[in-house]
Design a protein around this ligand. Structure first.
Ligand code: HEM
Length: 207
């Protein structure tokens, strides 16, 4: 869980950096050129397949782990809920399930369209590029879509709040000296990254 989690954390950083180009006032050119590169460069395509596999492993492992934990606890649930355990750590499965639902809606709306949908094209200095920006822009003109994204990013923030620090601990990458730093970076990451993701649909809706 921890290894796949750390890779997915890295994916989020790269994905966010690319998506922030949606906020440029260039009619979507920078974003469309970025999306074209992401779907045609062989090295990036290979990394994408690794990413799909790791997402699946992360989900399957989570299901197996929670089934095992539930079996170990019996039908009584938690006998004592320690005050020190944040509720996010006890609800990673529920948060993850909602994030999975978000991911299905998200991939259906953008990724599927980019790969197999009949989307319009743009001509940039003689180079024909799929206009994925138009697809994203149309989606974020619907308040319902914007609301789904913003709520999902809030859930992602809670998932990362526990997940980031926990993955470092599980891998033994903790040390009394550096733990406060890891905690701070983990919590800052859990707030800043989902907040910037959420900013994109809000910005595009208001723009
Ligand atoms: C405002 C927020 C977001 C926007 C605008 C956005 C936009 C996009 C777009 C346009 C694509 C299709 C790109 C392509 O196929 O090349 C995509 C793919 C994807 N997105 Fe997002 N995304 C957002 C948030 C997220 C979040 C929070 C996650 C994970 C929790 C996520 C996971 C993915 C995955 C796994 C793919 C497939 C990547 C691949 O083909 O390698 N996205 N996203």
């Amino acid at each position: 869980m921890a290894l796949t989690g750390i890779f997915l954390i890295l994916f989020l950083v790269v994905h966010l950096a690319g998506n922030l180009q949606l906020l440029k006032s260039d009619g979507g050119r920078a974003f469309n050129e970025y999306a074209q590169l992401m779907t045609t460069n062989t090295f990036i395509i290979v990394i994408s397949y690794v990413n799909y596999a790791l997402i699946l492993i992360h989900i399957i492992w989570a299901i197996l782990l929670s089934a095992r934990n539930r079996a170990a606890r019996g039908s009584q649930g938690y006998a004592v809920i320690k005050n020190s355990s944040h509720w996010t750590s006890r609800n990673m499965g529920i948060l993850g399930t909602f994030i999975l639902i978000f991911l299905i809606i998200h991939l259906r709306g953008f990724w599927y369209q980019m790969h197999w949908g009949g989307i319009p094209t743009q001509n940039y200095d003689g180079v024909i590029v799929k206009d994925l920006y138009a697809v994203v822009d149309a989606a974020y003109s619907q308040p319902m879509y914007v609301a789904i994204y913003v709520i999902s990013m809030l859930l992602l923030a809670f998932h990362l709040w526990h997940g980031f620090i926990s993955s470092f601990q599980t891998l033994g990458l903790n040390h009394p000296k550096y733990n406060p730093v890891i905690k701070f970076v983990g919590k800052a990451f859990a707030i800043v990254v989902p907040a910037l993701f959420a900013l994109i649909p809000i910005w595009m809706y208001l723009d």
